[in-house]
Write a protein that binds this ligand. Structure first.
Ligand code: GTP
Ligand code: MG
Length: 300
């Protein structure tokens, strides 16, 4: 049998510090936004699979939350546990780092990378922001020495530079195995989960620094009706003042959040959507074990 044409398939964890571009990379490889992104760290909360069929392989990426060196809340701890779960039994690991600056936390993640007994890759991301590409050479040389057996690939997840090369390199290293998922499936998460996430994406993108971390989105209704999918969500915040901020003057902020989230959702689901939003105050949910175990179990 000619191995180069035999099907390959495997699980690949994508790990790294918050905000380095893990979700942007997974979305780019899938060609759809399945994992939310923002300029703020800790955007991804739960592991989400992104399934790519390319280069003769089915590559099942697990996008993970950014690893937090000092988890503070129970929610932070839940997020770090998601990374451990993604690393269990993987066939390859991709660490993502910012090509502009290697940081002390990157060393801790590189140690996790080296501890996993499978093919390892380091994607040095955001090279579109590096004007003088030759300035990358000393970092590449140093990392090459410090991280033996790690294939280092400079990329721009945002611009799609170097990403095909990375995909092909990963595909080549996966085990010979029939695909685990049907070839039209792009994620393991339900449409319900994706709806909640796209609303949370707008909270991350449109609100100030603290509030998004105090917010949770819960789907209360999801019905496929003949003319459109009818979705209702609750946005939980911790404090009364936060509720006023999410709603905004005359409801303007909430309207903007709802409209933009609905448009992203319609693109993803490829059908018309009604999205109803309500804001509720729910103090201390980031420490509430009942809420957290529900989030962990059901993904919302
Ligand atoms: N210029 C540039 N920006 C990028 C690139 N990749 C990602 N970004 C930006 O970096 C920010 C963070 O991207 P995410 O994909 O949300 O990062 P993440 O690693 O998933 O972050 P967490 O989920 O918080 O851990 C966003 O504003 C992205 O648009 C890139 O290649 N170039
Ligand atoms: Mg992310």
């Amino acid at each position: 049998m000619n191995d180069s044409t035999a099907p390959r398939c495997g699980h690949v964890a994508v790990i790294g510090r918050p905000n380095v571009g893990k979700s942007t990379l997974v979305n780019h490889l899938i060609g759809q936004k399945i994992s939310i992104t923002s300029r703020k760290p800790q955007t991804t909360r739960l592991r989400i699979l992104g399934i790519v069929n390319a280069a003769g392989a089915q590559i099942i990426f697990a996008d993970t939350p950014g690893w937090q060196a000092r988890p503070r809340t129970q929610l932070d701890k839940l997020m770090n546990r998601q990374i451990d779960a993604a690393l269990a039994g993987v066939d390859a690991v991709v660490m993502v780092a910012d090509a502009r600056r290697w940081q002390p936390e990157d060393d801790a993640i590189a140690a996790q990378l080296l501890a996993v007994p499978c093919p390892r890759f380091l994607a040095l991301n955001k090279i579109d922001r590096v004007n003088d590409k030759s300035s990358l050479l000393p970092l590449l040389a140093e990392l090459g020495e410090r991280l033996p057996d790690v294939e280092i690939v400079p990329i721009s997840a945002l611009k799609g530079k170097g990403t095909t090369g990375l995909l092909t390199a990963i595909a080549r290293r996966l085990p010979l195995r029939e695909p685990l998922y049907p070839n039209d499936q792009i994620t393991d998460r339900s449409e319900r989960f994706l709806a909640a996430e796209l609303v949370r994406e707008q909270l991350m993108r449109q609100l100030g620094d603290e509030l998004p971390y105090a917010a949770n989105v819960v789907v209360t209704k999801f019905e496929d009706r003949p003319e459109r999918t009818h979705i209702e969500v609750e946005i939980w915040v911790e404090k009364p003042g936060q509720k006023a901020i999410v709603i905004g003057k005359g409801g303007a902020r909430l309207k903007e959040i709802g409209t933009t989230a609905r448009q992203s959702l319609e693109r993803l689901l490829d059908r018309p959507v009604f999205l109803g939003t309500q804001v509720r105050q729910r103090e201390g949910w980031t420490e509430d074990p009942r809420v957290l175990s529900k989030i962990e179990r059901e993904g919302q």
